[in-house]
Design a protein. Structure first.
Length: 278
């Protein structure tokens, strides 16, 4: 028994060492990728179900790794969060989204708000002024920028998060709670959160309208947002039946493959230009 235990111990030690090694290697690659300009943002439209109008974009990170093609954030964000690289990377994302907005404005396009994802560790290490400074650098109105945070990011350091969110709100920077419904928010907690928008997680939208539980959860979140005076966006809308259900329950803002996949900046500019011609 002693031998077996020792073996198992050695096995776990090796697993951990392998994982640490993989993380270190990927961390090194990510830092080099940022320096070489291999990251880019794609933009997914947020669309109104009432008139199909473009109401905003979410900026989504892509790594265009030479020889590998486009690598999705699910594969490297968790490691970047783990090693701390998410902080400079997250600053880059916000700066790049703002730079892009400024370029669109300078080309005469009428801009829509752009949302960027702020990871828990990034939020913990930055103040509202830090975010504001990046937006100011590009001479943008603060209400053109939305920060998407998860419930988990707030829970991890409640005092810091609440003070940052309050300061952001005072500056006019919009804040959305991402993946809403997957965390542990209670109504009383939500009431204290100075945010502007709830984004209903894709996992609930997915089951609508065939799963009774999902119908209940989604319609309750919509009603709750309405009661608290918050905007609500449904994520991951893929089918017309889902859009019909959402519209019927007074959720008119959606983001998903039905109304538009994430596209490179050039195509996002085309969407903005079409909007101008309406
Ligand atoms: P998220 O913030 O929940 O972003 C939405 C994800 O759902 C995106 O995946 C988007 O492409 C995908 N999606 C949108 N509509 C649909 C749909 O109709 N069906 C399905 N099946 N999927 C849809 P993506 O771009 O792979 O990003 C995954 C996650 O990576 C994001 O989830 C976010 O948590 C994280 N992420 C992406 N970009 C950034 C970033 O710049 N910073 C940070 N910290 N995290 C990021
Ligand atoms: Ca998001
Ligand atoms: Ca989300
Ligand atoms: Ca998600």
């Amino acid at each position: 028994a002693k031998r077996a235990g020792g073996k198992r111990h050695a096995f776990f030690r090796k697993e951990l060492a392998d994982q640490a090694h993989r993380h270190l290697a990927l961390d090194r690659d990510l830092r080099a990728a940022l320096a070489r300009g291999e990251f880019q943002l794609h933009y997914q439209p947020k669309v109104s179900l009432i008139d199909q109008s473009l109401e905003g974009f979410e900026a989504l990170l892509r790594w265009d790794k030479p020889g590998f093609g486009m690598i999705s954030p699910g594969e490297f964000i968790p490691v970047a969060e783990d090693t701390g690289f998410i902080v400079p990377l997250g600053d880059w994302v916000l700066d790049e989204a703002c730079r892009q907005l400024r370029e669109w404005i300078d080309r005469g396009l009428e801009p829509v708000p752009v949302a960027v994802n702020i990871s828990p560790r990034h939020l913990r290490q930055r103040s509202a002024e830090d975010f504001r400074r990046i937006i100011d650098r590009h001479r943008l109105s603060p209400d053109l920028v939305e920060l998407e945070i998860t419930e988990g990011a707030v829970m991890q350091d409640m005092d810091h998060a609440l003070s940052v969110l309050a300061a952001l709100k005072a500056m006019g920077i919009r804040v959305a709670v991402d993946d809403f419904g997957t965390g542990h928010s209670s109504l009383s907690y939500l009431k204290r959160l100075p945010v502007t928008t709830l984004k209903i997680d894709r996992s609930f939208v997915n089951g609508v309208p065939s799963e009774r539980e999902d119908n209940g959860i989604v319609s309750t979140i919509i009603a709750m947002a309405d009661m608290l005076g918050l905007d609500v966006v449904a994520e991951g809308v893929e089918k017309q039946e889902q859009a019909n259900f959402l519209r019927h329950h007074n959720c008119t803002l959606v983001q998903g493959w039905l109304t538009g996949r994430p596209v490179p900046a050039g195509q996002a500019a085309d969407l903005l230009a079409m909007r101008l011609r309406r």
